[in-house]
Design a protein around this ligand. Structure first.
Ligand SMILES: NC(=O)c1ccc[n+]([C@@H]2O[C@H](COP(=O)([O-])OP(=O)(O)OC[C@H]3O[C@@H](n4cnc5c(N)ncnc54)[C@H](O)[C@@H]3O)[C@@H](O)[C@H]2O)c1
Length: 542
């Protein structure tokens, strides 16, 4: 018989705590909600009423149920009110010293049989547990943001957590309508271990002005179908919390430089730019706590990027594959006059084209020879574009003898409207503006980025996929649980192994190799298991 949890305590009513209170109270559990001050309590109460009022407004919660839900919650300052609860879950700041002090105190205050749980994202549950005299009753219950919405809970058992406590908490997750994956105590567990390297890398792209915040976020939303871009997600998580998670993961997770927080993150936290909760982070919000964006000095002016664009009426497409065929069709539909040629045939028919897009095989020598030919044949001022996914655009540009007119147009995935417009260090502003105008005329969304391997989407996506393979290789979890964690915890449309299989392990390996070759980052070296799968011509999910 699983233990009955009739009264639970939640400590810390910030971004996560208020949502966790809601999850319990919605499911008929009495909640004692605790924070350190009256002001913090008020913020927590406002978060809870705001969230439940929105649920009522959307028709997802009846008014009477909302009132009953709120009626189940008692608010209190200080831990004394937790003496009669069956379970406490804490969501105080992500710092080991704070959590250890809190657990020692909870151990004194709570009933001897009460379970003490942490919502930590990255700290060692074991180190938190040993601050108490009951480490066998300490467990991680890691909810995802926003807690009332995301289905996943990672249940973290340490080497001393008792089997009954694990079973009781697993049964509780079912009662709360959550899907749990039970795992051992490793930095970042499943989801954050795969998410935070990616988020940190996105901050690095923004910091180095590789692309704008809007373009980085749009690329990941449109290119991968993610519910939010990485910088908007960081604002939701809270930049102080994100900083602490990365810092812990760096120190606990093998000092992988990819987890060492990008300097800009620390600067933003120091400056009080914490994301939504402070009203400003990577973006600016209507007020602290709001998710509604307001324009700021970095918001792009819609028409500015098209200034200087050259008129394009005739377009040449080189290639005969599926991408070339798709391009011919959509360019024709958009009203351009299109000439399609094969690289083997005479390029002379492209002499008058305003724009030439090549979509031939990603072979460096073939593409270079083609661009040398285009450089000779095409009229001055014609924009020459490559659809390469893995080659450096600048190398092709140099072959033309007119690199200012060369740009990358990476049609990330035929099923999405995204096009990455890749400008090299020599691409002229007019060339980029022309590319933007054509992409817009095709009804697609263009994002502009630098000429680095993987551009935006692949550079951010493939290291994450590789990390998932490494996690599998280390026997930390299974393909099913890892896929479930990313879908149910982060709202991804597909898990990493589903994605790797649909892209194809061989293609994935080729992209990863290109990204690794350029970065020489040890953490980006293709996982041996991926190489073996390619050699054995197998997929991950059979
Ligand atoms: N933010 C996320 O997206 C997210 C997701 C999952 C898990 N978590 C984890 O949840 C925990 C809380 O993170 P957050 O983002 O909600 O933080 P937060 O800063 O939004 O909220 C922290 C809350 O704890 C209170 N607090 C501080 N010290 C306290 C103490 N000694 N006793 C009682 N209350 C105290 C604060 O007043 C505040 O209300 C962290 O461990 C974090 O890693 C966060």
């Amino acid at each position: 018989m699983a233990r009955e949890f009739t009264r639970v305590g939640v400590v810390g009513l910030g971004t996560m705590g208020a949502g966790i209170v809601e999850v319990f109270a919605r499911n008929g559990v009495e909640v004692v909600a605790v924070d350190i001050s009256e002001a913090a309590l008020e913020r927590g109460r406002a978060n809870l009423t705001g969230s439940t009022d929105r649920a009522v407004a959307r028709g997802k919660l009846a008014e009477a149920d909302r009132d009953a839900l709120i009626g189940r919650v008692t608010f209190a300052v200080g831990l004394g009110a937790l003496d009669s609860v069956d379970l406490v879950i804490e969501a105080v700041p992500e710092r080991l010293d704070i959590k250890q002090r809190l657990f020692a105190e909870l151990d004194r205050v709570c009933k001897p049989e009460a379970i003490l749980a942490t919502n930590t994202s990255s700290l060692s549950v074991t180190e938190i547990a040993v601050a108490t005299t009951r480490p066998d009753q300490v467990i991680g219950i890691h909810f995802f943001n926003p807690a009332p919405v995301m289905k996943l809970v990672e249940v973290v058992r340490t080497v001393v957590t008792s089997a009954e406590v694990v079973a009781d908490v697993e049964a509780l997750c079912v009662r709360l309508g959550k899907v749990d994956v039970t795992i051992t105590d490793r930095a970042g567990f499943i989801a954050n271990a795969l998410l935070f390297g990616y988020l940190n890398q996105a901050i690095g792209m923004y910091e180095s002005r590789y692309a704008t915040r809007e373009d980085i976020d749009a690329a990941m939303k449109l290119g991968c179908g993610l519910p939010m871009g990485p910088l908007a997600l960081l604002d939701l998580i809270g930049l102080d919390t994100a900083y602490e998670i990365l810092d812990t993961m760096y120190r606990r997770g093998g000092r992988d430089r990819r987890h060492s927080p990008v300097p800009l993150l620390r600067q933003m936290v120091t400056a009080g730019l914490l994301g939504r909760k402070s009203g400003r982070g990577f973006y600016t919000y209507e007020r602290p706590g709001s998710g509604r964006l307001v324009p700021d000095e970095s918001t792009p002016v819609a028409s500015a990027p098209l200034e200087g664009a050259r008129t394009v009426a005739t377009v040449g497409v080189v290639g005969s594959g599926a991408l070339a065929a798709g391009l011919v069709e959509s360019l024709t539909t958009a009203g351009y006059q299109v000439t399609q040629v094969d690289p083997a045939t005479e390029l002379a028919s492209l002499a008058e084209a305003d724009l030439v897009i090549e979509a031939v095989a990603d072979e460096p020598e073939v593409k270079k020879a083609l661009f040398a030919g285009l450089g000779e044949v095409c009229k001055p001022g014609a924009v020459l574009a490559t659809t390469t996914a893995t080659l450096a655009v600048i190398e092709l540009a140099m072959a033309t003898g007119r690199p200012a007119e060369v740009v990358g147009l990476h049609f990330a995935n035929p099923a999405t409207p995204l096009v990455e417009i890749v400008q090299t260090i020599l691409t002229s502003a007019e060339t980029t503006a022309t590319a933007r105008a054509v992409v817009a005329a095709l009804g697609r969304t263009g994002v502009v980025c630098g000429d680095s391997a993987g551009f935006i989407v692949n550079a951010l996506l493939f290291p994450y996929l590789n990390d998932a393979v490494r996690m599998l290789e280390a026997h930390y979890s299974t393909t099913d649980d890892i896929d479930a964690a990313m879908k149910l915890g982060c709202g991804y449309p597909a898990g990493p192994f589903e994605l790797l299989d649909s892209i194809g392990p061989d293609r994935s390996l080729a992209v990863l190799r290109a990204v690794y070759r350029q970065s020489r980052e040890p953490g980006l070296a293709p996982a041996p298991l991926l190489e073996q799968l390619v050699t054995a011509a197998r997929s991950f999910r059979g």
